[in-house]
Design a protein around this ligand. Structure first.
Ligand SMILES: Cc1ncc(COP(=O)(O)O)c(C=O)c1O
Length: 426
C-alpha cells in the first residue's frame, strides 16, 4: 500500500503495520551490524589520499624557506600553511593561525579562553559573568553544542531555514547582553546541508549585539566539500564583518579532516590580526608550536586551492553514489507515504531527515534493535533535546555502499513502523 498514512483508515493502518512488522522481523533475523552514525570518510576515500604519508621522506624535505619544521618555533604555523589556508578561505595569511589535527580543539580552546581569560573585548572572563547565553542554530552539530554545554552556557535554539539561521530571531536575541555568541556552519551545515544565503551572511556580519565581546563561531568545516557539481564560492566573513564595523567578532575555523586524513590533518583559525595577537599571548603559554612537520606535509601534498579542489573531486566520486543510495531509498520507500521530509544536499556529509513529529526516538530505537546504529535522536539539538522528536541525521560516507543500502532498507522500515504506531494511536 503506497499512499499517505494520514489518509488511511484504521483498518488499512493495521494491515500495513502487520506487513511492515513482518519485513522488520525478517531484517532483524539477519543479525545486521551496520553503522550510519558518524560523518567519517570511508576506507576508499582514505586510501585515495594515503600517498600523503610518504610526502616528507627524509630530513632534506623538512625545510621550507629556510625554516626547519622539525624544530620548535613558528607558533602561528608554517608560513606556507598560513598562505595555503588563507587562499582556501579568502583571507590574508596574517589572519590565520594553524593548529593541530582538529579544528574542534581550536573551537573548544577559543570558548575555553573566553571563560578563563576573556576575549579581546571582554570586560571580564565569562566564568565571572552571572549568565552566558549562546545562540545555537538547530538542527546543528552536536559537538558544538557539547562545547558550550560543558562550560555551562545557556543554549538558545534558533530554527534553521533554507537560507540559514532565522535572522529575525537572532537579531532579537542579540539585544540581550547575556547573549555572548553564536555557532554557525555557513556551508553545507551539519546536518541540514544548508548554504547560508548571501543576505543571511550579510545580516550576520552586520549584527549589532549588545555584548561587546560577542563571539561569532564561524565553522567553515565544509568549505570545499562539494560532492555534486563544482565548487561553490563563499564570502570572506572576516572582510564582511570588518566592513560592517565588527572586525573582531568572527573566528573562522576549518581543517583538512575531510580532505586528507581525519585525526591526522591540520586545522586553521582565522580572525582579525588584533584577535590573533591577543590569542597568541595566551597560546604562547600553552604550547611552543603545533606539529609543523604535518603542516608542511599537507602544504606539499595539497599544494593550493586548485589542487585541493581536484582532490575533492576524487572524494566526490566516492561520496555521490552513497548520497544517491540514501535518497533513492527515501524517495521510493518513504516519499509516497508522506511521513517525513529530507534535504537533497550537494556537499557536506549528511542527509537530515525530519520524521513525523514524535517518532524520531522510536525510529532509532527500532534501528538499534535491528543492528543499525545511527546518530542518537535529539543529538542535533542543544542538550540533546529535539522539541519535536523529529530530526534524524544520516551519515552515508563510512559504510561500504552495499551495507549502506541494507541499512537504509532497515531505516525506512523503522520510520514506517514508528509512523504507523503514531497514526494508530492518534
Ligand atoms: C561542522 C563540523 N565542524 C567540525 C567537525 C570536526 O572537524 P575537525 O576534525 O577539524 O575537528 C565536523 C565533523 O564532523 C563538523 O561536522
Amino acid at each position: 500500500m503506497t499512499r499517505p498514512y494520514l489518509q488511511m483508515t484504521q483498518e488499512e493502518l493495521k494491515q500495513e503495520y502487520a506487513a511492515v512488522c513482518a519485513a522488520y522481523e525478517n531484517a532483524k533475523s539477519k543479525n545486521l551490524k551496520l553503522n550510519m552514525a558518524r560523518g567519517k570518510p570511508g576506507r576508499e576515500q582514505l586510501d585515495g589520499v594515503s600517498d600523503i604519508l610518504t610526502v616528507l621522506s627524509d630530513a632534506a624535505d623538512c625545510f621550507d624557506d629556510g625554516l626547519d619544521v622539525r624544530n620548535y618555533g613558528e607558533l602561528m604555523g608554517v608560513p606556507a600553511a598560513r598562505r595555503y589556508f588563507a587562499e582556501l578561505l579568502g583571507v590574508r595569511p596574517e589572519q590565520t593561525f594553524i593548529g593541530g589535527s582538529a579544528s574542534l580543539q581550536l573551537m573548544f580552546d577559543t570558548i575555553s579562553k573566553a571563560y578563563t581569560h576573556g576575549l579581546l573585548h571582554s570586560e571580564k572572563p565569562w566564568s565571572k559573568l552571572e549568565r552566558v547565553k549562546f545562540l545555537c542554530p538547530s538542527p546543528g552539530y552536536d559537538r558544538h553544542f557539547k562545547i558550550t554545554e560543558t562550560f555551562g552556557a545557556e543554549m538558545i535554539v534558533i530554527p534553521m531555514t533554507a537560507e540559514g539561521p532565522d535572522m529575525d530571531m537572532v537579531e532579537k536575541y542579540i539585544q540581550d547582553p547575556d547573549v555572548r555568541g553564536m555557532w554557525c556552519v555557513p556551508k553545507y551545515s551539519n546536518p541540514g546541508g544548508v548554504i547560508y544565503s548571501d543576505a543571511t551572511v550579510r545580516r550576520i556580519a552586520a549584527m549589532k549585539p549588545a555584548a561587546k565581546d560577542f563571539l561569532l563561531m564561524w565553522d567553515n568545516a565544509y568549505c570545499v566539500h562539494e560532492f555534486d557539481g563544482d565548487f561553490v564560492p563563499f564570502e570572506d566573513i572576516l572582510s564582511l564583518c570588518a566592513a560592517a564595523g565588527n572586525p573582531d567578532m568572527p573566528f573562522e575555523f576549518a581543517s583538512t579532516s575531510k580532505i586528507t586524513l581525519p585525526g591526522s590533518g591540520i586545522s586553521v583559525m582565522a580572525a582579525s590580526e588584533a584577535n590573533l595577537a591577543y590569542m597568541q599571548k595566551l597560546l604562547t603559554v600553552q604550547i611552543i608550536s603545533f606539529d609543523k612537520v604535518n603542516q608542511l606535509r599537507h602544504v606539499r601534498y595539497l599544494k593550493d586551492k586548485a589542487h585541493t579542489l581536484e582532490i575533492m573531486k576524487r572524494h566526490a566520486a566516492v561520496l555521490k553514489p552513497r548520497f544517491e543510495a540514501v535518497l533513492y531509498a527515501l524517495d521510493t520507500n518513504i516519499a509516497p507515504l508522506d511521513i517525513a521530509k529530507w534535504n537533497r544536499p550537494k556537499g557536506g556529509y549528511f542527509v537530515s531527515v525530519d520524521a513525523m513529529s514524535g517518532t524520531a526516538k522510536r525510529t532509532l530505537a527500532l534501528c538499534k534493535e535491528a543492528g543499525v546504529t545511527m546518530t542518537g535522536a535529539g543529538a542535533t539539538f542543544p542538550y540533546g533535546k529535539d522539541p519535536q522528536d523529529s530530526n534524524i541525521r544520516i551519515a552515508p560516507s563510512f559504510p561500504p555502499i552495499e551495507e549502506l543500502r541494507d541499512a537504509m532498507e532497515v531505516f525506512c522500515l523503522c520510520l514506517r513502523m514508528a509512523a504507523l504506531e503514531r497514526c494508530m494511536n492518534a
